[in-house]
Design a protein around this ligand. Sequence first.
Ligand code: DC
Length: 223
Amino acid sequence: MDKKYVIAIDGPAASGKSTTAKLLARKLQFIFIDSGAMYRACALFALENNVNLEDISSLSDLIERIEISIEYSESGNRIYLNGKNVTERIREADITKLSSEIAVIGIVRKKMVELQREIGRSGGVIMDGRDIGTVVFPNADFKFFMIASVKARAQRRWLEAKEKGEDLSLNEIEDELVWRDRNDSTRLLSPLKKATDAIEIDTTNKTITEQVDMLLQIIKEKS
Ligand code: DC
């Protein structure tokens, strides 16, 4: 794709955003940024430095010292936190919960949004998250909002966990998703919500290929 679009994909956890965004980026030869990974890296940094999320002054010092870099690769991006590869670690359950908790804090969001805008400045980027179409790139060329039933989302996460050899029950996963949906969509700052001009895609009964093709067709039609 010659045009250097900015494409925003938002939606709740496990709605298919990242997988779709990654494959779409490959087809369009764009870069893919999983903004959730950045909040996850912040959470890990706070945990490693024993910073209590209520201690805004320590958190503020921490945010000054954080360096997040992304190495792009077609097989999957690698995330570095102050030079250390944390790609796998940030997917663990403790960080998943803490990332949603740290994401309610204004100074954290401010820093992440700055970084995200910097990465997206020259376009040719697909970024997925919760506030990409509403706050980070309100003028994005394309905005999608992906949804799926909680049962379908839990089933996907359960299969992923099983493939990684993690022993989690479907109920545990569903409870975590429901908690995170609530925490992410009821916070005061940049809550998870559909931008008024976003196109909603329900992925409950769609395969990954169908999701990618649907978005690709919309982009091509409007190009
Ligand atoms: O997409 P994810 O599940 O990896 O995101 C982890 C958490 O980060 C999510 O529960 C809320 C937060 N997040 C956010 O507040 N804003 C974003 N743009 C992306 C993620």
